[in-house]
Each structure stands twice: as structure tokens, then as C-alpha cells.
Design a protein around this ligand. Structure first.
Ligand code: AN0
Ligand code: CP
Length: 314
């Protein structure tokens, strides 16, 4: 594999999940694969899990890691072709990507949606330009429209915790005071379409994800109905795709213990970070059915598998 940009770069999700679960049993089994190789991490946004789990995975493979935060520390980059750069941007991605490629063997980038212009975000300007101009493999650590490392993690976590072959999985929208991207939800939906599961999305009217991503996945606008018999409740806020970036602070969509009672003793999942008692009640995230900490642990094995596949191909 060369780049890991989206879920579509996974040739067989089932095989990848099994391989990651095997790797988790002995994370140091490939500890020389990355010897003398350098991983560069570029962050245009904050992170806890992605940054540390990716560093940890790289260390498990014997790689060196260098990290750069662009927010406040990097030059402001230009992505437009032919732009007269007499405004705010100081350096073009054409140079930046080629320069960084000389210092590293693999590059990983986080660049969230700006949520100002849907076309700009869905064009994936930042990641696609880095992929075009970098001369080394590029990994998506959450781009404008996707978070495929999180989705691979979620596939691993569901596989580990399911007690029936075809579980019912609900992707449940929750309220949030700030406009959040659709990236986590998009990649989760794409990933679930490759898994054997009874999958349903529940959200308020007007919060539909892009139809080119949801395809034929059923949508239930009645949250309580969607929760019936669920084995997994995967919670995430996203801002509107149709009314791009619009938020809705509707408390009635918050995840409560009462709603979880409607499920088949469902596991509670969230990618984190999560706002307690806004998105989900303490009683749910602190309950024995909450697997968010175990889910976050699997971030290491998901990205370690991706790095392993890239290193084997360099
Ligand atoms: C980000 C998002 O929703 O895309 C990152 C999640 C992994 N969340 C926040 O900004 C709170
Ligand atoms: N889930 C996730 O990507 O977390 P961070 O934003 O902390 O990296």
C-alpha cells in the first residue's frame, strides 16, 4: 500500500481487522521493520489520541518520529494553483511537501474541515495536494471529509466486542455547542458498509450526511426507535452537510441511561474527545457498557497495521 487516505485503501477489512487483533497480542513482533525510517507528523489541528497512538505505533515498529504543529508554528500554506501570493500565505504546498519528503520516509497529516465552504472541504485540498506533491507515502490522520484511522479502530473494537455474528450497530447523532466536521461519521459509515452488521443511522432531520457516502444505509429520525435491540451505540456529533456547518443544540438527542435501556445491553462507543453531559451523560460513559477507553487503545494497533503495510512496500 502506498497512501492511506480513506477506507477505500483497505483491500479486505476483515483481513485487516484480524491482522490488527493478532498484532495487538504481540505489538513488538515487527520491532525492526521501521529501523532507520522516519515518520513525520504534521498537525494543522489539536489531537491527543491520534498524535500519541501514532507515535507509539511507530516506536513499536522501530521508527523515528518527528512532529510539527502548524497552528502557530508553521508557515501559512498556499494550496491554490497559480495564486499570486501577496496575501496571508507564505509558502506553497508544492515546496513544503517536497521539502518534508526529503526529511521523512512516511508522512501523516491532520487537517480538519474548515466548515466554511462545502466544496472546498469536500475537494480535500490539503491532503490531496500533499499526496500529489510529496514523494513519500501519506497517511490521513483526519482530513476534511474522513478519519479512516478512527474507522479502522472502530472495526477492530466492534469485532472484539460483538457476541453475535451480525450485530445491530446504531450511529447516533448527539448535540454539540460547536460546529464539528462530518469526517468521523463519514468514515464510520463507509467502514460499516464493509462489515456484516445490521446498521442504522439516527439523527435529526436536516443532519443527513452526504448521500454519496450513506448510499442505501437506513436512516431513522426517531432515536428511541433506532436504539431498539442495538448491540452497539456509536455516538458522534456532526454539523449539517446540507446547510453546511450549521449546528443544532437539541438536548433531547443527548445519550441518557434511559435510552440505553432500550437497547440489547448495547456497548457505548465514541471516538473521543467527548463533552460529558452535553453529548452523553456521566451515567452512560461511566457505565460498564462503555468501551471508549478500550476503543482508544485500539488506535495504536490500527495505525500500526497501516504503518506496517506501508513500510513493507517502501
Ligand atoms: C473532532 C471532530 O469531530 O472531527 C475530532 C474527533 C476525533 N472533534 C472535535 O473537534 C471535538
Ligand atoms: N479520536 C481522535 O482522533 O482523537 P484526537 O482528536 O484526540 O486525536
Amino acid at each position: 500500500m502506498n497512501n492511506y487516505f480513506s477506507i477505500n485503501d483497505i483491500d479486505s477489512l476483515g483481513n485487516w481487522v484480524n491482522e490488527a487483533i493478532e498484532m495487538k497480542k504481540n505489538p513488538l513482533s515487527n520491532k525492526t521493520l521501521g529501523t532507520d525510517k522516519t515518520l513525520g507528523l504534521l498537525f494543522f489541528n489539536p489531537s491527543l489520541r491520534t498524535r500519541l497512538s501514532t507515535q507509539k505505533a511507530a516506536l513499536n515498529l522501530g521508527m523515528n518520529v518527528i512532529v510539527m504543529n502548524f497552528t502557530g508554528e508553521g508557515w501559512s500554506l498556499e494550496y491554490g494553483d497559480g495564486t499570486i501570493m501577496d496575501q496571508g500565505t507564505s509558502e506553497h504546498v508544492k515546496e513544503a511537501a517536497q521539502v518534508v519528503s526529503q526529511y521523512c520516509d512516511v508522512l501523516a497529516i491532520r487537517a480538519f474541515a474548515k466548515l466554511e465552504n462545502r466544496e472546498d472541504d469536500y475537494n480535500e485540498n490539503v491532503l490531496k495536494n500533499f499526496i500529489q506533491y510529496a514523494t513519500i507515502p501519506v497517511i490521513n490522520m483526519e482530513s476534511a471529509t474522513g478519519h479512516p484511522l478512527q474507522a479502522l479502530t472502530d472495526a477492530i473494537t466492534i469485532t472484539e466486542h460483538k457476541i453475535i455474528d451480525k450485530p445491530k450497530v446504531v450511529l447516533s447523532w448527539a448535540p454539540h455547542p460547536k460546529a464539528l466536521p462530518q469526517a468521523v461519521a463519514n468514515s464510520f459509515v463507509e467502514m460499516m458498509q464493509c462489515m456484516d452488521a445490521d446498521f442504522v443511522i439516527t439523527h435529526p432531520m436536516g443532519f443527513e450526511l452526504a448521500s454519496q457516502i450513506t448510499k442505501k444505509v437506513p436512516i431513522d429520525y426517531n432515536q428511541e426507535n433506532a436504539y431498539k435491540d442495538a448491540d452497539f451505540v456509536y455516538v458522534k456529533n456532526w454539523s449539517s452537510y446540507n446547510d453546511y456547518g450549521k449546528i443544532l443544540e437539541d438536548n433531547s438527542w443527548r445519550i441518557t441511561a434511559q435510552k440505553m435501556q432500550l437497547t440489547n445491553n448495547a456497548k457505548f462507543m465514541h471516538c473521543l474527545p467527548v463533552r460529558r453531559n452535553v453529548v452523553v451523560d456521566d451515567a452512560v460513559i461511566d457505565s460498564k457498557n462503555s468501551i471508549v477507553i478500550k476503543q482508544a487503545n485500539n488506535r495504536t494497533y490500527a495505525v500500526q497495521l497501516v504503518l506496517k503495510k506501508i513500510l513493507e512496500n517502501i
